[in-house]
Design a protein around this ligand. Structure first.
Ligand SMILES: [Zn+2]
Length: 353
């Protein structure tokens, strides 16, 4: 078959050479396509090309089933001044015959394909994982030292809804380890300040701020919508309230705590492993100070632990193996060492057994 000057052969194409890849198949939005493609109705594309094509000098590849409709589209776009429009010769059929790969991009916009490109290339995330992230709700209890990196990385990852629960205001002494807040945020509610950061980072995220203290009374109500809960709190009553509600609701919790130069992180999912109370049935002796207000904390350690929590939350959402369910990861910053302990369900646990 003879090809026109508007066509490019599948085997001669370098996808990186194109600024815009447009799939005009009627079923494009729900079919596997070439990575980076956006699905656009042919009539809409020709009526309003500037909606999808940034400039008349953009390198554009139009894709359809066998190259007929895309050939017409490329010709019309050239007539409209888009001089670098090309049609994929032979369409998706020829692409597939040439042994080139297709991905299921259904449901992601062209902006999302660009923003999450490095996730989409990862076998552990890919398009299905990114869609799972965009459809997930993570409830983060605490917008302080642990909550800062947790919320920042979950927002960057495109978690569709982030619920931030914190009843504190930003204090100047927080800024040493809570980089989600800035000097201008002092005296602002932490939930509000953190929510502003999320909104400015990623428009894909719906953020819900709750400037209230999580307690035994409101925990189920505040946590019930979560796909995953992140316990970034700093006190025992809150940890037990989160645990007991999460066990009742059947929602996994990514827990962490820090103490001076040390930290620990675990995933508590009572359906497959222990809960927080299985491992810590009682709060420790109140005579020993365990809070960072009293004993101090290295700010970057909360960054390490919070980043581990964000990673575990993402792994739970995308369905990765190897989460910290049934394991407690200990970090000793002074020795620069990580240790993992296996932890088991307590058969006499008052909460989960
Ligand atoms: Zn338990």
């Amino acid at each position: 078959m003879e090809h026109s000057a508007y066509e490019a052969e599948p085997t001669e194409i370098l996808l990186d050479d194109f600024d815009v890849l447009i799939d005009v198949r009627p079923h494009a939005a729900t079919s596997p396509s070439i990575i980076g493609t956006t699905a656009v109705d042919l009539a809409n594309l020709l009526a309003e090309p500037a909606r999808w094509i940034p400039s008349r000098t953009s390198n554009i590849l139009i894709i359809c089933d066998i190259g007929l409709r895309s050939g017409i589209a490329a010709e019309r776009l050239r007539e409209a001044g888009y001089h670098s429009a090309l049609s994929l010769a032979g369409g998706i059929d020829a692409w597939r015959t040439a042994g080139l790969s297709l991905v299921d991009t259904a449901g992601l916009t062209i902006d999302q394909l660009e923003r999450y490109d490095r996730h989409l290339k990862l076998a552990q995330v890919g398009v299905p994982g990114q869609r799972a992230l965009l459809n997930a709700t993570v409830t983060v209890v605490g917008a302080g030292g642990l909550g800062s990196p947790v919320i920042m990385y979950l927002a960057a990852a495109g978690v569709g809804t982030i619920i931030i629960i914190d009843d504190d205001d930003v204090d100047a002494s927080n800024l040493q380890r809570q980089p989600i807040h800035s000097t201008d945020d002092v005296d602002t509610a932490k939930a509000v300040s953190a929510a502003e950061f999320v909104s400015s980072l990623n428009p894909d995220v719906t953020v819900v701020e709750v400037s209230d203290r999580l307690s035994d009374e409101n925990a189920v109500t505040l946590l019930k919508d979560a796909t995953v809960i992140v316990d970034a709190s700093d006190n025992f009553p809150t940890r037990y309230a989160i645990n007991d509600a999460a066990v009742a609701l059947g929602i996994p919790v990514v827990f962490a705590s820090v103490y001076a130069m040390e930290g620990q992180v675990a995933v508590f999912d009572a359906s497959t492993g222990p809960c927080y109370r299985c491992i810590f049935p009682e709060p420790p002796d109140g005579s020993i100070p365990l809070d960072c207000t009293t004993i101090g904390v290295l700010g970057s350690i909360t960054g390490v632990l919070g980043s581990l929590q964000a990673t575990e939350a993402i792994k739970l959402i995308v369905g990765s193996d190897g989460t910290l369910t049934g394991r407690l990861l200990l970090y000793d910053a002074a020795a620069a060492s990580f240790t993992t302990l296996n932890i088991k369900k307590n058969p006499t646990c008052t909460t989960c057994s």
